[in-house]
Design a protein around this ligand. Structure first.
Ligand SMILES: C[C@@H](C(=O)O)C(=O)SCCNC(=O)CCNC(=O)[C@H](O)C(C)(C)COP(=O)(O)OP(=O)(O)OC[C@H]1O[C@@H](n2cnc3c(N)ncnc32)[C@H](O)[C@@H]1OP(=O)(O)O
Length: 291
């Protein structure tokens, strides 16, 4: 199946006036661990707009889950996608600027949805995948899932906005620690660092559980069960609105300006000497591990 991003049918949970629904946006490029091609980035925007429209017509829709397919979350940008989706060289600064802008706008759209956003992380959330995870309000990891901001090891800064996002989530020193430490973290370590907001309470018993199952069982059938849908939606408005004294539009505009500066750093480093050396080393290591 060609790589794609789609919105799955809404799921209902709870009873009576507390019935709540959630939507799922699924990233589907399993042979590349759900890395995003340029085409998938455009489809991600369409999926986010579809979910935003659903939120307008369905008052009981309280959350959107972002998930991968076949046991993986997302391994960032699909480094093999240039020939399939575009003629541009993906190491070209013009491509870097374009990709980063598209993903920054996607992240702002996700962040500004009137719904609680939930990353359901199985397998790996790596590079841009860790960034996408970080932009979600809740970050649920299955017991065997892994994540990591390994951009510094690739000689770049984040291309999908994690500098801005982690600074706003955790403050400067914690954001810097995560971004300058290109280590792959277990779900347990990610939870200790507050990067994961939810992991299994009994990881050994839940060894085979998926993040989507954890979301359904632990969030919707337990944590959210007593909340009224209207109150959940209002909480999201309150929290977003509290981001800036002039309200949500000023908050998002401020984030956009920060992302513009972050993008300039990314474009300057993507495809430059250190990045090329890192890609060469990574490719050689990958080939060696398969011999
Ligand atoms: C925008 C920027 C940013 O950070 O801001 C980015 O995202 S740059 C992109 C950053 N991401 C990466 O560099 C991810 C590199 N990938 C990996 O480190 C690894 O594949 C893992 C994600 C840890 C998964 O390891 P695991 O052992 O489970 O599987 P594997 O390595 O055999 O991967 C399965 C197949 O998917 C491919 N594959 C995995 N990630 C890919 C990616 N991002 N782009 C293109 N192909 C990718 C592998 O080459 C392999 O292809 P074959 O089956 O043909 O051998």
């Amino acid at each position: 199946m060609t790589p794609h991003v789609r919105v799955l049918p809404l799921v209902a949970t709870g009873l009576g006036s507390k019935t709540k629904h959630y939507a799922t946006i699924q990233l589907h490029n399993p042979i590349r661990r759900n890395a995003l091609t340029p085409g998938m980035m455009t489809q991600l925007r369409e999926a986010l707009l579809e979910v935003r429209a659903l939120a307008q017509t369905h008052e009981s829709l309280v959350a959107v889950v972002v998930a991968g397919a076949n046991g993986s979350f997302c391994s960032g940008f699909d480094l093999t996608s240039k020939t399939a989706d575009t003629d541009a060289d993906t190491l070209d600064p013009a491509f870097a600027a374009h990709m980063s802008k598209v993903m920054h706008e996607n992240m702002l759209l996700l962040h500004g949805l009137p719904l609680v956003s939930i990353a359901a992380v199985d397998g790996f959330a790596l590079g841009g995948g860790a960034e996408l995870m970080s932009w979600c309000d809740f970050r649920v990891m299955s017991p065997s899932a892994r994540t990591g901001f390994f951009q510094s090891k690739m000689g770049v800064v984040p291309g999908w906005g994690a500098g801005t996002r982690l600074r706003s989530l955790f403050g400067a020193s914690h954001a810097l620690r995560l971004l300058t430490t290109p280590r792959i973290l277990s779900a347990f370590e990610a939870h200790q660092l507050n990067l994961a907001t939810h992991v299994s309470d009994a990881p050994e018993a839940d060894a085979a559980i998926s993040a989507a199952q954890l979301v359904h069982r632990d969030l919707f059938e337990r944590d959210f069960v007593d909340a009224y849908p209207g109150a959940v939606r209002a909480m999201k408005r309150v929290v977003l609105d509290a981001g800036h004294e002039d309200g949500v539009d000023a908050y998002i505009a401020g984030l956009r300006r920060c992302l513009e500066r972050e993008r300039a750093e990314f474009v300057g480093l993507w495809g430059a000497k250190d990045n090329l050396e890192a890609i060469k080393t990574a490719l050689a290591a990958s080939k060696k591990s398969k011999l």
